[in-house]
Design a protein around this ligand. Structure first.
Ligand SMILES: [Zn+2]
Length: 169
């Protein structure tokens, strides 16, 4: 039997161009509630789609469903990596209050250092591709260094931006 019959297809191109997804998955940056826009109607409107669970002002669109790890904290950034919102749980992970983070570059605001000098924040913004399982060190507000896993998701709307998920290891 030909071996190629059993080969698994290669994963999608890592350089997938930025585009509006036809698969409408959403996650709330605040309460992390996941939702699926079944008829696509809400996604077509230009009005911000809020969270049905907690009432947060908008939900973040993902290309694929995503299950945050327990204890994760979310931050939403604009197209220049500046924090525009912090979700529930971010303070527990980072020791920093939302008002001290808003408007600052997420990398400096959280004092993040990525393994091997990587910059997955820049990569996600520049290439529009998600960056998963990136190890980082965070300098905690309480003065200690914490090991984290970061997952980063580019925004697919016209404004661009980034969802940053940090989870203690
Ligand atoms: Zn919510």
């Amino acid at each position: 039997m030909a071996a190629w019959l059993h080969s698994t297809p290669s994963a999608g191109s890592p350089n997938r161009p930025r585009q509006t997804s036809a698969v409408p998955y959403f996650i709330c940056p605040n309460c992390q509630n996941r939702s699926f826009d079944e008829d696509g109607r809400e996604g077509l409107s230009h009005q911000a789609r809020g969270c049905h669970e907690c009432g947060f002002g908008f939900v973040f669109q993902l290309l694929e469903d995503y299950f945050p790890r327990p204890g994760a904290g979310f931050a939403v950034c604009d197209s220049e990596a500046r924090v525009i919102a912090a979700g529930k749980g971010l303070f527990e992970v980072t020791g920093r209050l939302e008002q001290t983070l808003i408007g600052q570059d997420v990398r400096t605001a959280l004092a993040l250092t990525f393994a091997e000098g990587e910059d997955p924040v820049g990569t996600a913004l520049e290439w529009g591709v998600r960056q998963l399982d990136k190890h980082a060190t965070l300098h905690h507000g309480a003065g200690i260094d914490k090991q984290l896993i970061c997952d980063l998701f580019p925004a697919y709307d016209d404004d661009g931006g980034l969802l940053v998920v940090v989870t203690p290891v």
